[in-house]
Design a protein. Structure first.
Length: 340
């Protein structure tokens, strides 16, 4: 491992409030724009530092980052290490960080220019049990040719009523908080051991563990999206639907185990878990019947029956011939349509 402290601007106030941690792997096409979105922040440069962790890139990611940040008006650290995955890179960046608040930013995503100043100001008014603050975010899907089309901003739909309701909303599609759209309290990340190298959707795993540890999340109101999530062919979440389904099952199983141990597995949470398991089962029906059977067993343990909520034809057929047979029929039908 090699760290290069490129610039250490004098800061009369001491250490920065925020550490912006950018894990990067073969990010040469994106990282210039990403880093400029940090440098263009309206916050005082003395209030933040930038840490780029190159994760064994085979292109010129680190060289490009160094050139972009050469005249940065704030402290910059460039770290070069072997490829060990984004979770390790984020945790390593956190170990190098000085800030009490952490801004993770993947090397292909972007920040609104007012994100750091507004989220930090809000975070500093929150009680000490708030682990992260979140705001609206927006998709930038470069796989779509009509990239200029305006995509509506998204506000994560989180239920803050109790720990169990927060955890339940974190495993719903509507509760998704993309990495980078929030600002983390560093002590909360340390409390749960940071990221775990569990595979795709490791960010949701982190949110779940933070919530289960009793930390709270707080919504920082924003007139515009403060974060822009770039989806492209190289994005981890687009590479493998099977790996994504594995992550869905893993996170749901984590929540189920936690709820069973505490005897708080109520009907709304059971319903949400079943939805997650059915989502994965449909993917596994395309490629792995052993994993399909394993997920179906989880559904049976929760509901006693295995009737998918949709599509309607699959629901009706499952009631007649059983879910597995219905999925086999649906799979054959989809394959016929592809050949047509």
């Amino acid at each position: 491992m090699k760290e290069m402290d490129v610039k250490d601007a004098s800061r009369a106030a001491g250490e920065p409030d925020i550490s912006v941690i950018v894990p990067a792997y073969n990010a040469e096409p994106w990282i210039t724009e990403t880093l400029h979105s940090v440098l263009d922040q309206t916050i005082d440069p003395a209030a933040y530092e930038i840490i780029v962790v190159d994760n064994g890139s085979q292109d010129h990611t680190l060289k490009v980052a160094s050139e972009v940040l050469r005249s940065a008006p704030t402290r910059v650290i460039l770290s070069n290490e072997s490829q060990r995955g984004p979770s390790h890179a984020r945790n390593h960046g956190m170990r190098l960080a000085c800030g009490s608040w952490i801004q993770f930013l993947d090397a292909d995503d972007l920040l609104h220019r007012d994100k750091l100043v507004n989220q930090l100001n809000f975070a500093q008014t929150c009680s000490s049990d708030v682990a992260l603050v979140y705001s609206k975010w927006q998709d930038l899907d470069t796989r779509i040719k009509t990239r200029g089309t305006k995509v509506a901003p998204i506000l994560p739909d989180l239920d803050h009523t109790a720990t169990v309701t927060l955890v339940r909303s974190l495993i719903s599609d509507a509760g998704f908080i993309p990495t980078g759209s929030q600002l983390f309290r560093r002590s909360a990340l340390t409390d749960v051991g940071g990221y775990k190298a569990v595979g795709i959707i490791e960010d949701v795993d982190l949110y779940i563990r933070i919530a289960m540890a009793g930390w709270r999340f707080a919504h920082c109101s924003s007139p515009e999206p403060y974060f822009f999530y770039r989806r492209h062919e190289g994005s981890l979440s687009t590479r493998s639907t099977t790996a994504f389904a594995d992550g869905v099952v893993r996170n749901a199983a984590l929540v189920e185990s936690w709820a069973r141990k505490r005897k708080i597995l109520d009907q709304p949470l059971s319903t949400r878990l079943i939805t997650c398991y059915f989502q994965a089962a449909r993917v596994f029906a395309e490629c792995d019947w052993a994993r399909f059977d394993s997920v179906v067993e989880r559904i049976e343990n929760l509901s006693g029956e295995v009737i998918p909520p949709g599509p309607r034809a699959l629901t009706v057929l499952s009631k007649l011939v059983g879910y597995k047979t219905a999925e086999r029929v649906a799979l054959s039908w989809r394959r016929l349509k592809r050949l047509a």
